[in-house]
Design a protein. Sequence first.
Length: 318
Amino acid sequence: MKAFASSADLADKEQTLEVLADGVYALTAEGDPNVGAIEGDDFLVCFEAMATPVAARGWLARLREHTHKPVRYLVLSHYHAVRVLGASAFGADVIIAHDSTRALIAERGLQDWESELGRMPRLFRDPSSIPGLTWPTVTFADRLTIHLGGGRGELALAYCGRGHTEGDIVAWLPRQRILFAGDLVEAQAALYTGDAFHAEWASGTLDAVAALGAESLIGGRGAVARGRAEVDAAIGQSRDFLETMRARVGAVHAGGGTLRDAFEAAHAALAPRYGRWPIFEHCMPFNVSRLWDELSGIERPVIWTAERDREVWAQLRD
Ligand SMILES: [Zn+2]
């Protein structure tokens, strides 16, 4: 059996802080989850919280080399543990997420925490520093605007439809044309779709992301996409990954094959283009399992637990 999920991925990644425009920061890390920050006149908006407070403090130390403004807003793109459980390190006045993200944390936050800790132990730097689940204090359904002040324009938080989860949001700077896309778009990293709505993500949701017309894009993982060609490539790659999975898993499902057959078919179709990218092998069993459910008419993703993770892994990867 292949090593479970990312449990054998123990080598630290190099973190790179980039200043994308005046007061706009992105920290990427060779395929580990990306984070960002945007300066207001006298405050900061941070985007994503990392997996633990200790991990987040490393990012904040880098950010403090550029600005000492206090963190007023912490924006969470979705509920996944590696994005939210470091929140306490930010000391934010307000934690913002989609309505559905707060509901998902209530419904499955504890199970997701246990699942992700088992799948990606390296990201959970000092897990004992996590004080508990992260609870958004302001939620919204469609759009929320933060006025940055001081001639800096605005930051638009927007829901583009169901995709990577039921409640993903993006952070968009219309003046600077910079988009923090969360896990709806990956740049040269595999997609995780174990909690996804594949059909909607691949169509209307990615259409809405593309329609913003970003000139720089920070995806959930991978390098910053700079310029329209790289932005289009990242969105196109994400759509192709989803469409290839839907075609291959769909054909096996319609033809009366097994989940295992579907996994083999999707893996074979995706591996030539995506097999060397971060977390590909980790994601595929969970991705195909969820897509199989979606094709079977199971509306909402089944909750992943540490136990179910191991069962699916054993079924598809032994
Ligand atoms: Zn995620």
